[in-house]
Design a protein around this ligand. Structure first.
Ligand code: ADP
Ligand code: MG
Length: 339
């Protein structure tokens, strides 16, 4: 008699959740990315006790058809790609079909959704991967997901979480980056009943920067623009006089996806040449547009890291664009000097 057997779905989902859902901030990221993929104009994030008690994301996006709602919670079920061809050209934030089943396997989840023009919406409720309810709901267009009792059935995970203070900082960080990547979307973030962040959703990136990093910082940003045959770089970088003590204030987006990339971060810093003091870093928000075939986003389950073809070429373009912009700024007489 053989020893090998297939794992049941719930166990398999919990294993996948280990990679995708590390902490409350991962849930916020996955839910908001789903809202963005659904073309939402408005995303409201409501969190209690740093996500340990409740995380709720409400959007006004496309919604999920009643017949699809249960399927959305099955692993590798997605509306976003259907072939290998799509995988190499993916434009959406999601495509692995893992977030909802992973979240549902380690928490209690209620999702209410309705598509445009539907006479009724749908509510599904899952707990620890098991379906509790699937029933009609009011036809409010968009999707409302509520996650409670995170990690109730995986005590080791729960123990591994840091203090609410740290978990909240991580949630705030991811919401900031998502808002910077999507200035055309109106975000709000409420924690324990207090609104911590709101963006207008009017497409003005500099305004989002000012909301997050302060009005002074917002004023000291330079708009940059640089292109070559493969890449278009736009965004804002701070004047050399405005610096911070860590690289945390640098946000890089590849086709509107926030990513961490050491080589590109270094390129931004190199653009300042010797104008930064040791241990000081600029504030920067860079959007890089490129043909999706030049980037592999399927490297990391949470897609924080991506693999780029022609990374050296892009790094050169970034450093050069910033260097030239700062040099140009220094040529303009400082009319604001006595203000
Ligand atoms: P993925 O995003 O990789 O497709 P998910 O598990 O995050 O996988 O979501 C599964 C599917 O559920 C999505 O492909 C999408 O069709 C649907 N979905 C999830 N959240 C939303 C939402 N907020 N609005 C509309 N559809 C959604
Ligand atoms: Mg998703």
């Amino acid at each position: 008699m053989g020893q090998i057997h297939e794992l049941n779905d719930i166990l398999a989902d919990q294993i996948a959740a280990g990679e995708v859902i590390e902490r409350p901030a991962s849930i916020v990221k996955e839910l908001v990315e789903n809202s963005l993929d659904a073309q939402s104009q408005r995303v409201d994030i409501i969190v209690e006790n740093a996500g340990l008690d409740s995380i709720r994301v409400i959007d006004d996006g496309q919604g999920i058809a009643a017949d699809d709602v249960e399927l959305a919670f099955k692993r590798h079920a997605t509306s976003k790609i259907s072939s290998r061809h799509d995988l190499f050209r993916v434009q959406t934030m999601g495509f692995r079909g893992e977030a909802l089943p992973s979240i549902a396997s380690v928490a209690d989840v209620e999702l209410t959704t309705a598509v445009a023009g539907a006479t009724a919406g749908r509510l599904v409720h899952l707990r620890g991967g098991e379906l509790v309810a699937n029933q009609p709901a009011p036809a409010r267009r968009g999707t409302d997901v509520r996650v409670t009792e995170l990690f109730f059935n995986t005590p080791a995970r729960l123990k591994y979480l840091k203090s609410p203070h740290t978990e909240l900082a991580r949630i705030t960080d991811i919401i900031n980056r998502l808002a910077l990547a999507n200035p055309q979307v109106a975000f709000s973030f409420t924690h324990n009943g207090k609104e911590l962040f709101r963006s207008a959703g009017n497409g003005n990136l500099q305004q989002v920067i000012a909301t997050i990093y302060g009005i002074q910082a917002g004023r000291k940003m330079l708009a940059i623009q640089g292109t070559d045959n493969d890449f278009a770089v736009t965004g804002f970088v701070s004047l050399p006089e405005l610096t911070r003590a860590s690289r945390q204030y640098i946000t890089i987006m590849i086709n509107h996806r926030y990513v961490r990339n050491y080589a590109l971060t270094k390129a931004i810093i190199q653009g300042y040449e010797s104008k930064l003091m040791v241990g000081r870093y600029p504030v920067a928000v860079l959007n890089i547009e490129l043909d999706p075939v030049l980037v592999d986003v399927n490297v990391h389950p949470a897609k924080r890291e991506v693999r780029l073809s022609k990374e050296d070429q892009l790094a050169k373009l970034i450093a050069q664009t910033i260097r030239q912009r700062i040099a140009r700024e220094n040529l303009i007489p400082d009319v604001d000097a006595d203000r």
